[in-house]
Design a protein around this ligand. Sequence first.
Ligand code: NOJ
Ligand code: NOJ
Ligand code: CA
Ligand code: CA
Length: 718
Amino acid sequence: MIPLARKPWCWPLARWSSALLMAAGLAAPALAAPDTDVSNKQGFNTDVIYQIVTDRFSDGNAANNPGGSAFSSDCSQRKLYCGGDWKGIQNKIEDGYLTGMGVTAIWISQPVENITAVINYSGVNSTAYHGYWARDFKKTNPAFGNFTDFSNLIAAAHLKNIKVIIDFAPNHSSPASATDTTFAENGRLYDNGTLLASYGSDPNGYFHHNGGTSFSNLEDGIYRNLFDLADLNHNKATVDAYFKNAIKAWLDLGIDGIRFDAVKHMPFGWQKSLMSYVHGYKPVFSFGEWFLSANEVDPANHYFANASGMSLLDFQFAQKVRQVFKEGSADMVGLNQMISDTASQYAQVNDQVTFIDNHDMPRFQVAGASGRKLEQALAFTLTSRGVPAIYYGTEQYMTGTGDPDNRAKISAFSTTTTAYKVIKALAPLRKSNPAIAYGSTTQRWINSNVYIYERKFGSNVAVVAINRDLVNTASIGGLVTSLPAGSYTDKLTGLLGGNSITVGSGGSVSNFTLAAGGVAVWQYTTAITTPTVAHVGPMLGKSGNTITIDGRGFGATKGTVYFGANPVTGTAITQWEDTQIKVQVPSITPGSYGVSVKTAASVASGSYNGFQVLTGPQVTVRFVVNNATTVPGESVYLTGDKFELTNWSAATPLGPLFNQVVYSYPSWYTDVNVPAGSVINFKFIKKSAGGTTWEGGSNHVFTAPASGTATVTVNWQP
Ligand code: NOJ
Ligand code: NOJ
Ligand code: CA
Ligand code: CA
């Protein structure tokens, strides 16, 4: 059953009246589950995101189109502006194009003011149509609209139960040259109209001046320019405050989520302090872009997703799906391996954002190739773990082999393509079947071309069968699932050649033939009456922050939330419904905790692990140690007496520290989020495969600033 759409205005009334009914001892009326509601800004597992390059979607207001050489009215010059804007997106929301597809969230281009210069790169005129060349993060890009247009878009989206995610790129301003200040706009950065600095005139060091990155290692990519983009120095208090105030302004406009650009290229500690700020103010689902190439598996990427307070775009997922369905360079066994690997690599694998293509890779559809490959990849993504994001125009089979051809103006708004219908059929299942939104994944039948997998949450089940062989059918024998005995029709209603199945006792499925190129989705839903935590968001906070617990079977009456063994009751629980609880983080020893729920009837849920209780508000401090000489294979790490500094862990201290760009060996450094105003005891450790060498002497002691940023420099104590 698809939950009834709930208008935002009737929500408080509905809750109030249900509370009244309950007080009167009457049963509360059935409501759409709040975990699936547009008001849920912390949990996106039931959503389908649609990624829009704002300039390339729909022109709703010709009056804001840039003039002159910056504009290509027919969009034949794809590095120029093409006229798309927020009014255009609003129109496509209001005419039902997005809701008709089952889209419940949009991710739009960075909305902030960008440079207007037209840059000639190797003879090609290029503009900031993509939104990644910011000039003032506190103003709007006038080609997309003004603040009223933005607010109108948010309101229109929310009315149609669509969440709005903005792209946000605090790594850099815009292209700049270290030697030619007349190039473009020299990276000039403004604070609501007031110039902060340009790349060529930067007395306060708001930018890094370390040249362009060779992408040789993490440090090089963080502290040098990404291509020619003027790289910002987040260790400066002004820059830090600027971005916290800027994101506050966009949060105040009602955004529901943030996609952070280039997170691999900014200091981890600064980003964690930013997330602590966001989640302490108006917590929203956030995910970063950490690009991974095909077959690239990076433990630093997993660490970021597991510890930073934001999720990541799931490039491991995307690259493997492309290999399996688009390129044929990996098979279903590899696909299943990726699913099982990522399930352990990502602590919250359901929160990573899955996709099959985007604006930085060739579009999935290859000219002349069967559309079935794309349809299968979409069906797989929409029924897999993670929050699916569909790139605009994929539903129209748009082609284009790279930037900017993968960002052409949308070719059509047809609602009758098979891809559109596949999305329309599967997207609502994320709301109606918690197995798809929240469930685990189990491989049930596999060979190189066939993958049958099961999603399961409580007794809710979805089973998906895909035969990627477009020529030969597959005979499926011996399939066992968790589906109860009965007959199941394909939820895709045969759109991709799927069949019905008959399930006997013990979940065994009668032998059947899966069509060539076939995809079938069978499912079973049932009420969950025992408390089951499906999702906690955000996964990081300090005492007093509010977090959202989504799940099933919490009951109508307020019970207890546990952080580890620490109970929270009473007014610190600000909302308690059968599928959603809002609770304030208690004042407990900082650390990592499992979150669990006990109903009013004293039935306890399992634990949702990994919630980080921070010590307090966070600031970023750069720790530098000089004269730390090491032998080959040995690196320097940092530890100290705060949870943020790993509580004196010798096994898993912070690091390895960097030693090449901002400071050079034998100096080592790292930017760390630490509790504001706290007195910090710390030491450095040398570690190698062979062992651990602590610094000698007394602890170093440093008082973190109450706000802003700081640097503390010490000598290694032998
Ligand atoms: C990644 C974005 O997705 C890409 O399109 C952009 O050019 C770079 N980051 C720089 O902002
Ligand atoms: C070793 C450090 O040297 C010391 O200062 C610290 O108190 C302990 N580790 C904590 O275990
Ligand atoms: Ca326009
Ligand atoms: Ca950077």
